[in-house]
Design a protein around this ligand. Structure first.
Ligand code: AMP
Length: 306
């Protein structure tokens, strides 16, 4: 791995735990669960899960910037035994730590542009490849058709194809109206909104009490550019994934004005299509993998949190 893609400050315990990659144990099998009560889109999701390896969730959280992907991923990670990787969080962390990637990406992120596909793939896979057979969600990747194809090739080579793409569909006007109220806790990626999801103490993160910050790219002008980029470069991925349905990757679209409206639909998709997904015993756990690296000293896996 070149210095450009070195992970920022991965704790020593985590590095030790992930040093030896483990062989993937894959169990291919069918599901005999009845499909009768499911709406059409969920039937598709279940069918593909039946073909997937043992119901492992390898999911894309797809949608416009500001649609609530980070909020929903955080809720899933808090509730279920799932790991989430956000490329935006990874980049913000590189930028905060002034790594080589961070210095290269800073200007592009600040102006709402996109980091080149090959660099993004390396940043992502340097983390994704550590997750082995865990359930995982990607948030913010892929963002171009090129990234989508690179990711598919990468996953297929490892025998771990995507199982589910969830398209979070929120109207532009709604996103634009709430973006200026958005504040984030940078180390964790936790997102707050002053109008409908305010922090318990103004300006401070609920879990750590650390200060919240405004993302420099969350202003109306830059945000409009990010939306334009979505329509020009990212939205073509939707038809790409619609075509992949026969290959075992399901596409489900969930509509709503808020994450609270979308959350029960999302839970329903996962509970129905991935019945083996376990809820966490301690659901107070921090809600985003962007938070820290939790490594299991027992050695066979590391839970990557950022
Ligand atoms: P996000 O937090 O997902 O909105 O990402 C913030 C910014 O990081 C984006 O506006 C892009 O500049 C950059 N970025 C995040 N993910 C990607 C990606 N997959 N490809 C290119 N640029 C990305």
């Amino acid at each position: 791995m070149s210095a450009l893609f070195a992970r920022p400050s991965l704790p020593a315990a985590a590095r030790a735990a992930v040093r030896a990659p483990r062989v993937l144990a894959r169990a291919f099998g069918g599901s005999s669960t009845s499909q009768k009560a499911l709406p059409f889109s969920l039937r598709g999701a279940r069918e593909s899960t039946a073909q997937a390896d043992g119901g492992v969730l390898r999911m894309l959280m797809f949608g416009k910037p500001g649609a609530g992907k980070g909020t929903l991923s955080g809720r899933l990670v808090k509730k279920y035994d799932i790991v989430s990787l956000s490329t935006g969080d990874l980049l913000r962390q590189h930028i905060a730590e002034r790594t080589e990637v961070g210095r290269m990406a800073e200007e592009i992120v600040a102006t709402g542009g996109l980091i080149p596909d090959d660099i993004m793939l390396k940043i992502l896979t340097s983390r994704l490849d550590l997750l082995h057979n865990k359930h995982w969600i990607l948030d913010g990747f892929p963002r171009t058709l090129g990234q989508g194809k690179l990711l598919d090739d990468h996953l297929r080579q490892r025998g771990t194809p995507l199982s589910l793409v969830v398209n979070i569909d929120v109207a532009d006007e709604i996103i634009l109206s709430r973006i200026s109220d958005r504040w984030v806790h940078l180390p964790s990626g936790r997102v707050y909104n002053l109008s409908y999801n305010p922090p318990k103490v103004a300006g401070l993160d609920d879990e750590t009490g650390e200060p919240l910050t405004k993302r420099p790219d969350d202003n109306p002008e830059i945000f409009a550019r990010r939306l334009e980029k979505f329509y020009a470069s990212t939205s073509p991925l939707l038809s790409y994934y619609a075509e992949q349905a026969g290959n075992g990757t399901s596409l489900v679209t969930l509509k709503g004005a808020t994450s609270d409206e979308i959350w029960p639909q999302l839970e329903n998709v996962l509970n129905t299509s991935f019945p083996t997904l376990k809820e966490r015993a301690d659901q107070k756990r921090k809600g985003s993998l962007s938070e820290a690296v939790m490594a299991r000293a027992e050695g066979d896996s590391a839970e990557l949190v950022r």
